[in-house]
Design a protein around this ligand. Structure first.
Ligand code: AMP
Ligand code: MN
Ligand code: MN
Ligand code: MN
Length: 276
């Protein structure tokens, strides 16, 4: 069974509408699918309907931006009630700083020789409440300043680069409470992508576990293949379930295609082990 529990639509920083993402996933052989837009559940009704039409099992999801130890971390919520009031309010609050942050990113980019980036990024935004660094990256590729979005992140948008703006997201506690309060399962997204020392990563896992976090992503488009066994071992060591997802954003822009993402290693317990 092909289970993909991490995907984005144009309701956050993906390029396809939710129903199109469902089609692409199904055509690539996905049987169980979650849409996990950043800080947003607005795409879920359309995604659910499209998944049903495609004969694909649907899982509600969201990817919440948090700040932990002064770093941005992403917490995925699965099997959430997307209408839960505290969750909806929490996500709204999390999104609310994004527009001002976008203006600051643009101001810094202007100083670095990229003018009018707010207006430029806005052309790629479908959800006015969700301006993302990815939208800036697409604009900077459009004007020819970089060849692809990952080069833009390296040159302009990552921490320490001229277009990086410090931002305070939700807390780990809040994200896990919102997810669990909405009946969901909290998952640390792409743990191998953060720049933590082993000690700091261990502290994150311990605290997440204590709060009721249940799983970590093991096989994700945001991990390198040598990180799959590493995070499988860590999942088992900490007693976490293991999740899997492409982190799909756009055809051709993906770090890994739907069809190329391997299954979970056999020694972990999948987060979906008791779902059906
Ligand atoms: P934001 O939530 O606005 O800070 O944007 C975060 C998003 O930027 C992530 O969800 C990814 O889609 C994208 N992103 C972050 N780092 C990179 C990178 N190095 N290369 C490509 N995309 C990235
Ligand atoms: Mn993204
Ligand atoms: Mn993420
Ligand atoms: Mn993601």
């Amino acid at each position: 069974m092909n289970v993909d529990l991490h995907c984005h639509s144009n309701v956050s920083d993906g390029v396809l509408p939710p129903a199109k993402v469902a089609m692409v996933a199904r055509q690539a052989g996905v049987d169980v699918w979650a849409l996990t837009d950043h800080d947003e559940v607005g795409g879920i009704p359309a995604a659910r309907a499209a998944a049903a039409e495609q004969g694909m099992r649907f899982v509600t999801g969201v990817e919440i931006s948090i700040t932990w130890a002064n770093e941005t971390v992403h917490i995925v919520g699965l099997q959430i009630d997307e209408n839960n009031a505290a969750l909806v309010q929490g996500l709204e609050a999390t999104r609310s700083g994004r527009d001002n942050r976008g203006r600051e990113i643009a101001a810094q980019l202007a100083k670095a020789g990229i003018p009018d980036a707010y207006e430029g990024a806005l052309k790629y935004v479908s959800n006015p409440n969700l301006m993302s660094r990815t939208h800036f990256a697409r604009y900077i590729v459009e004007i020819g300043a970089c060849r692809n979005t990952s080069e833009v992140f390296k040159k302009y948008l990552c921490e320490g680069k001229p277009g990086y703006v410090e931002h305070r997201w939700a807390t780990l506690e809040q994200s896990v409470q919102w997810i669990r309060g909405a009946g969901g399962i909290a998952v640390i997204a792409h743990p191998g992508r953060y720049k933590f020392s082993d000690t700091a990563q261990g502290a994150l896992f311990d605290q997440f576990k204590q709060l009721g976090g249940a799983a970590i992503e093991v096989v994700t488009g945001s991990h390198t293949p040598d990180q799959y066994p590493e995070y499988a071992r860590l999942a088992n060591g900490y007693g976490f379930l293991a999740s899997r997802g492409t982190d799909f954003h756009a055809p051709g822009e993906a770090r890994v295609d739907f069809k190329l993402l391997p299954p979970l290693p056999g020694n972990v317990t999948p987060v979906w082990h008791d779902w059906f």
